[in-house]
Design a binder for this molecule. Structure first.
Ligand code: ATP
Ligand code: MG
Length: 570
């Protein structure tokens, strides 16, 4: 491809409002352009990268026996009503009506539609197992679209679904997908961590996420360097600590004005946060109050709360509700004198505390030196504590590391969550009707572009792994007005095309510095520079990943680059 004729425009300025390096580099490098919040279009080089990722994924899906389908973006509401998700999915669902007033949504995921497809053809155990997949645009009205392709409202996903007759067979499909995912991420040169994930409030049998460790991911992952355990932080179990050994001091009521945060209270009383028991009041399903008590130096993990409550539909009580329900205000909530309708859960972290500070629903007052058994009774213990660095590994007890992670893939053994309500049944060898056991498997194709850039960049730009680079080779003629240089460059361009190398020939009427800067920014794995040395029969070859530079004879240059490309792609 001659760059002078190609629709590719880079920018020398850093784009405004971009935090994540990948977001900045993809825009600056002219791969994507924003249309509205979380909605991006791809330019020709952007599409080249996208197709390469799709093809890596497609190849591994096909290899694992999955078959490609293409479902619709426009999903009729009826299917979503069969599983209850029309109401449950919430505000992320983009909905619309047709001219006759019928409801539709733009598919954010396709369990309903694929189940509908399968139930219309499959009715016997003989037709199972089956894995179907598609690569398609998804729509989710995300609350906080950000970081470019990382969290979009319109994005491209590979979603696969498995259908099996029994749980064992379903587990095999799940394992097959796990291996395929490993191969995909290796080929994409994405270093991922496979972590145990939550099966969610709706239930499921098993779930794993493939996570890239980066500051621009919104998942928190905990991992143990000593035994290899790795999990999404929300599923790491924290148990009760040892009981504290301390003499019990007499209980006191102390006036603590304006101490509405743990920090203020701790400073005011001169008591460390870990000795304060804080209470959090949630309103579940818009009406039921539920209280959680946790140690003052720890935070509540709302994903764990949703597992305890069995719903994601809860929120913190507002000031007015605190007043109506407890006659108190924020910072002064406690498990005392409660109306019996308010359920109280105690986080494991509160166990065995001595001489604690705790509020008792009297604004501007706290108990000091409160002791369990004597001054208050524990109720039901649960684990809703957010995992922190240094917490014990649930497998081996060593200190856990905690990092932010970007989920690029997710596999989920669903069971019969969709097949039951949608009556996707098959007949077993005895002729008995049974629900199909399902699994679903996603890869964020467009998110992978960003993830790859997050892991492969430097201060000058992107360093594409050869397997996904928009072009494998950038051919630069330093001085196109020099007839000899021009002739060599044209010759090498033709030769590279003949050799099947994907080449961008930078024949633009720009300075060498401009072209070199673009080459760094756009991240081509290899570069051939045709400059003054042609007089000695040489050109320079550069490798973006390693920074190596070397001179080669004109005749050998293309062959050498081709060899390196082949090696990279292995
Ligand atoms: P997240 O927790 O990041 O919102 P999710 O659990 O909602 O992800 P899934 O429903 O499992 O995601 O979707 C499968 C894959 O699709 C994810 O692993 C991720 O790579 C990708 N994905 C999900 N939401 C987005 C989005 N808004 N933009 C880009 N990719 C996304
Ligand atoms: Mg999501």
């Amino acid at each position: 491809m001659r760059w002078s004729r190609y629709f590719w425009y880079t920018s020398k300025e850093d784009p405004a409002d971009t935090e994540a390096p990948s977001h900045k580099l993809l825009i600056k490098g002219g791969f994507i352009k924003q249309v509205s919040a979380g909605v991006y279009e791809f330019t020709p080089p952007g599409v080249r990268v996208l197709r390469k990722i799709e093809n890596v994924v497609r190849k591994e899906m096909d290899r694992s026996g999955a078959q490609e389908v293409l479902l619709t973006v426009l999903n009729p509401a009826e299917l979503w009503k069969e599983t209850g998700r029309w109401e449950l999915y919430g505000r992320e669902l983009f909905t619309l009506k047709d001219r006759n007033g019928r409801d539709y949504c733009l598919g954010p995921t396709h369990e309903e539609e694929i189940t509908d497809l399968v139930r219309s053809f499959v009715n016997s155990y003989r037709q199972l197992p089956l894995i179907l997949y598609q690569i398609q645009t998804k729509f989710r009205d995300e609350k906080r679209p950000r970081f470019g392709l990382i969290r979009g409202r319109e994005f491209i996903m590979k979603d696969a679904y498995s259908f099996d007759a029994d749980e064992f067979s379903a587990m095999m499909s799940y394992e097959t997908m796990k291996f395929a995912y490993d191969r995909v991420f290796k080929k994409l040169r994405l270093k991922t961590l496979m972590v145990e994930a939550s099966v969610g409030a709706i239930g499921g049998i098993s779930s794993h996420e493939f996570v890239v460790l980066t500051d621009y991911g919104e998942a928190r992952v905990a991992y143990c360097e000593s035994c290899g355990y790795a999990a999404n932080a929300e599923v790491v179990k924290l148990s009760k600590p040892q009981e504290e050994k301390e003499e019990e001091r007499p209980l006191e009521q102390v006036e603590t004005p304006s101490t509405d945060t743990i920090e203020k209270l701790s400073n005011f009383l001169g008591v460390p946060p870990r000795k304060i028991l804080k209470a959090v009041l949630y309103i579940v399903d818009g009406l039921t109050p539920v209280m959680f008590i946790i140690r003052g130096d720890r935070n509540v993990d709302e994903n764990k709360v949703s597992m305890v409550l069995g719903t994601e539909n809860f929120r913190l009580a507002e000031d007015q509700e605190l007043w109506e329900l407890l006659r108190t205000k924020k910072g002064f909530i406690g498990p005392f004198n409660l109306n019996s309708s308010i359920k109280v859960y105690w986080d494991n972290s509160t166990y065995g505390v001595k001489n604690a500070v705790i509020a008792f629903n009297k604004p501007d007052y706290h108990y000091v030196n409160a002791n369990p058994g004597r001054d208050f009774q524990y109720g039901e213990f649960v684990d809703v504590c957010q995992v922190e660095e240094g917490d014990p590994c649930p497998k081996c007890g060593a200190s856990l590391r905690v990092s932010r992670g970007l989920e690029v893939g997710h596999i989920f053994l669903l069971g019969t969550r969709y097949s039951e309500p949608m009556r996707a049944y098959y007949k077993d060898p005895q002729g008995q009707e049974k629900p199909i056991i399902m699994g679903c498997y996603g890869i964020g194709i467009s998110r992978c572009i960003s993830a790859i850039v997050e892991q492969h960049n430097d201060e000058r730009g992107i360093k594409w792994p050869t397997s996904v680079a928009p072009f494998e080779l950038d051919l630069i003629c330093v001085n196109p007005t020099d007839p000899q240089q021009k002739e060599v460059a044209e010759h090498l361009y033709l030769l590279s095309e003949e050799m099947g190398i994907e080449t961008i020939y930078d024949d633009r009427d720009e300075s060498p510095g401009f072209k070199f800067a673009d080459a760094d920014l756009c991240g081509f794995p290899y570069r051939i520079i045709v400059g003054k040395k042609v007089k000695e029969g040489k050109v320079e070859v550069q490798c973006r990943q390693t920074g190596e530079k070397w001179d080669v004879g004109i005749q050998e240059a293309i062959r050498e680059v081709k060899k390196r490309i082949e090696e990279d792609k292995k």
